[in-house]
Design a protein around this ligand. Structure first.
Ligand code: FAD
Ligand code: DLZ
Ligand code: SF4
Length: 507
């Protein structure tokens, strides 16, 4: 008799631990526990998604003939940690061995290894690249650029390949994918599911236990099983995929989802398989339903960025989330938790995060992330915020996106230069600035867009770090050409603005 551990983000039939298991003799252990539910103050929708999906997955396993020991959060006897539950079940079933699939977080990997049980952590084969493959790819490279890794993943999977050549002769069609916000969107967003009995029970529990956390539990519309997640994917492929590439970077105040797939919640929890998703998307291209720029752009997100981020997380090791190369130490401002702000872009992104537990990539990178970086916020606090508020956030994917890509706190492992911009970029890609009290065209003065002030202040503050970066030389040349009085005004107004932010004034 062995115990087979299945975590809340491992709800996949093809999970390596499950594939090794024996229906007749092994017991599957699943547990809703306080330690996992509180290591950051998760958005209530995220907790509701996981507990609902866990309960439905467990019920399906029982229907399929598995013996499942499932602990609900409010069960008497719940030890409230994963290791505690394994020990309790080991005693109950007189089991000595545990088979697990490696968790997506160092904290839990280490906790499992510390226990007295004989516990085997198998590779998570739902990912396309193993740790060994990523390490071999990274070995000896001066720069770990995603694009080169992505090409290897195309070759490995055969996705969008003709023999050893990329279809239509190019690896990357991003050139066609940077359109600014359109007038209107021809897609009504993700499929919304009415909570069934299991979900309703979970919603009541989450309401009772986690309603103090940032974010709205209701309305709760997420898919909570593999069949529902597939229905959302099919709907998106049918109606939105053809437009995906064009407006990938656009932001609109009244359109939260644009043409994005809204499947990260489901892929990351295990309800959809990434390679299978890509095969379905490739088929849409081969059938002539969707153009190459949309399909290639999407497949790159999954087999490129998603796999690359995981590779970086495991390559860099457990100290990754405490990196802070730029020495930033400002406390995370209250506006991240919904305090009022006059910056329309930040207000829209944070409000939407609260209602949906979702914001798309450019909102995360160029609005909230850009703001935190320019303002010099402590990257660890930024990391904990992102880990808490998004329903797709697990450390293996969140940390390299935040610590690496967004905050440049890893000193350039992920990005050769920081993703920073003044208000001009946000104005070009969104309709936010039109209805903002700040004026995006004002570089200084009482109504100046704070992104304009903070952008130059950031560059001036970090001159030693970045002035020799060949991709940033132009920025410094523009700054140096400004007359000295103007530069002084920009820096003084930036400091004044930050002082108001620190004092808790509405900015
Ligand atoms: P789409 O825009 O439709 O893209 C399709 C899929 O590609 C996504 O579902 C996702 O699986 C994958 N993908 C795209 N970009 C990335 C990326 N940079 N890294 C990993 N996968 C990617 N994604 C997470 O899944 N979890 C996170 O915690 C997370 N935190 C982020 C934090 C920051 C600061 C930034 C800039 C990005 C973060 N991302 C994260 C990546 C990206 O924002 C989300 O994957 C995406 O917004 C999910 O929405 P979607 O399913 O509609 O994606
Ligand atoms: C995120 C999460 C939450 C909120 N709760 C649980 C839980 O109660 N039980 C569980 O098995 N998993 C949960 N998870 C997901 C884990 O935190 C996740 O498996 C690790 O962070 C590794 O990615
Ligand atoms: Fe954001 Fe500045 Fe535009 Fe206002 S003007 S929405 S603060 S970029």
């Amino acid at each position: 008799m062995r115990l087979i551990l299945i975590l809340g983000d491992q709800l996949s039939d093809d999970l390596s631990a499950l594939q090794q298991a024996d229906k007749d003799t092994d017991v599957i252990v699943m547990a809703e526990v306080q330690t996992e539910a509180t290591y950051v103050p998760h958005h209530p929708k995220k907790i509701a998604l996981l507990f609902s999906a866990m309960r439905k997955f467990a019920a399906r396993l029982v229907d399929d003939g598995w013996q499942v020991a499932y602990t609900k959060l409010d069960d008497a006897g719940n030890t409230n940690s994963i290791l505690g539950e394994l020990l309790r079940r080991a005693e109950e079933f007189d089991a000595k061995d545990v088979i697990a699939t490696e968790p997506g977080e160092w904290r839990l990997i280490e906790a499992l290894n510390e226990g007295p049980l004989k516990l085997t952590q198998l590779q998570d084969t739902r990912f396309i690249a193993s740790h060994a493959e990523f390490e071999a790819w990274a070995e000896g490279r001066k720069e770990l650029r995603m694009e080169w890794f992505y090409r290897d993943m195309r070759r490995k999977t055969g996705l969008l390949m003709e023999g050893d050549k990329p279809v239509e002769g190019k690896w990357n069609f991003d050139h066609d994918n940077r359109k600014s916000a359109p007038k209107s969107i021809n897609y009504t967003g993700p499929m919304e599911f009415t909570p069934d009995e299991t979900v309703q029970e979970v919603l009541a529990l989450v309401e009772e236990r986690f309603s103090g956390n940032f974010g709205d539990l209701h309305p709760f519309w997420f898919a909570t099983d593999a069949e529902q997640a597939q229905r959302q994917l099919t709907r998106w492929i049918t109606y939105a995929l053809p437009h995906f590439g064009d407006y990938q970077d656009a932001m609109m105040g009244e359109e939260k989802f644009l043409y994005h797939s809204i499947i990260s919640f489901y892929i990351n929890a295990g309800l959809l398989n990434p390679l299978d998703v890509c095969r379905q998307v490739e088929e849409a291209y081969r059938d002539g339903h969707a153009p190459i720029n949309a399909v290639e752009g999407f497949i790159r997100q999954i087999i490129g960025w998603r796999e690359y981020m995981r590779g970086i997380y495991f390559l860099e090791g457990p100290d990754y989330t405490s990196r802070n190369v730029l020495g930033h130490d400002r406390a995370l401002p209250a506006l991240f938790w919904g305090a009022e702000t006059r910056m329309n872009c930040v207000s829209k992104a944070v409000t939407q995060t609260g209602t949906e537990a979702y914001a798309h990539h450019i909102q995360r990178l160029m609005v909230t992330g850009n703001f935190a970086l320019l303002a010099g916020v402590d990257p660890h606090q930024v990391h904990e915020w992102y880990l808490a508020v998004y329903a797709d956030a697990y450390e293996w994917v969140e940390a390299p996106n935040v610590i690496g890509m967004s905050q440049w706190a890893d000193g350039g492992v992920v990005g050769s230069k920081p993703y920073i911009s003044s208000g001009a970029y946000i104005d070009r890609m969104s309709d936010y600035c039109k209805s903002c009290v700040y004026k995006v065209k004002d570089k200084t003065g009482p109504d100046a867009c704070p992104f304009n002030l903070l952008y130059w202040d950031f560059l001036a503050r970090h001159r030693d770090q970045f002035s020799n970066n060949h991709r940033m030389g132009n920025m410094y040349r523009v700054w140096d050409k400004m007359d000295e009085a103007k530069r002084d005004t920009v820096r003084r107004e930036a400091q004044e603005w930050l002082a108001k932010l620190d004092a808790g004034e509405t900015v």
